[in-house]
Design a protein around this ligand. Structure first.
Ligand SMILES: *[C@@H]1O[C@H](CO)[C@@H](O)[C@H](O)[C@H]1NC(C)=O
Ligand SMILES: *[C@@H]1O[C@H](CO)[C@@H](O)[C@H](O)[C@H]1NC(C)=O
Length: 193
C-alpha cells in the first residue's frame, strides 16, 4: 500500500517536475560557486548574479521541467507576401529548457535544431528532477560568454551573451530584499513561501 503510493508519487514527480523553493535554488547556486566573468562588469557581485538567476528562474515557477517554445518573429521590414498566404513556411522555433531556460540552439541538443550544444548534453536532461546538471550547464554557458561583438553584422551564430542567462526584468533585483525570507531558514519556524 505504502510502496504503491510511493511509486505513484515517484512517477508523477518524474513527469511533472520538481518545484524548488526560492531559497533552495539560492543555496544550490551558492554551492555551485559560479565564477564571475569580466562581461558582468565590476559592479556585479556574486550575490547580485545569484539573485538575478533565481529571479529569472522564478518565471518557470521554479519548476525543473519547465519548457518554453520561442517562435521567431517575422522580420518587420519584409512586406507581407500575399502569394504565400496559407503556404507560409513554419517559422523556426527554439525551445528553452529547464528553470534557467537554456536554449536548444546554444546549450543543449534537442534533435530539432542545429545547436552549438556547448554543454554537450541532451536537452531532455535539463528538464528532469535533477538540477545539478542544469547548474553545470549554466556554468558552461557563462564560461562561453564573450564580450558583445562590436560589429553586430558579424553575428551569424547564437552567441552566448549576458542576455542568454539574465533577463532585463530582473535587473534591479536587490539580493538582501529578494532573499529576505531565506535568512530565517535556519530557525525552526515554519518558512513562509
Ligand atoms: C512543470 O512544468 C511541466 C512542463 O511545463 C508541467 O507539465 C508540470 O505540470 C509543471 N509542474 C507543476 C507542479 O506545475
Ligand atoms: C563590420 O562588418 C562589415 C561586414 O562584415 C564590414 O564591412 C565592416 O567594415 C565592419 N565594421 C567594423 C567597424 O569592423
Amino acid at each position: 500500500m505504502l510502496s504503491a503510493l510511493a511509486l505513484v508519487l515517484l512517477v508523477s514527480s518524474a513527469t511533472e517536475g520538481r518545484i524548488l523553493s526560492k531559497c533552495e535554488l539560492k543555496a544550490e547556486l551558492e554551492a555551485a560557486q559560479i565564477k564571475m566573468i569580466r562581461a558582468m562588469g565590476d559592479k556585479m557581485t556574486v550575490d547580485d548574479l545569484i539573485a538575478r538567476l533565481v529571479c529569472k528562474a522564478s518565471a518557470s515557477g521554479f519548476n525543473t521541467s519547465f519548457v518554453k517554445a520561442i517562435v521567431a518573429k517575422p522580420k518587420e521590414n519584409v512586406p507581407f507576401n500575399t502569394h504565400s498566404f496559407g503556404h507560409e513556411k513554419q517559422r523556426p522555433v527554439r525551445q528553452l529548457y529547464g528553470m534557467f531556460q537554456l536554449s536548444d540552439q546554444l546549450a543543449c541538443d534537442s534533435g530539432m535544431m542545429p545547436s552549438l550544444n556547448v554543454c554537450k548534453m541532451s536537452c531532455s536532461a535539463l528538464i528532469d528532477d535533477d538540477i545539478t546538471d542544469d547548474i553545470a550547464c549554466l556554468k558552461t554557458v557563462i564560461g562561453s560568454i564573450k564580450p558583445k561583438p562590436k560589429n553586430s553584422s558579424d553575428i551569424t551564430l547564437p552567441l552566448a551573451t549576458l542576455n542568454t542567462i539574465l533577463v532585463k526584468e530582473c535587473r534591479f533585483v536587490v539580493p538582501s530584499r529578494y532573499f529576505a525570507e531565506c535568512l530565517t531558514a535556519t530557525t525552526p519556524i515554519a518558512s513562509i513561501d
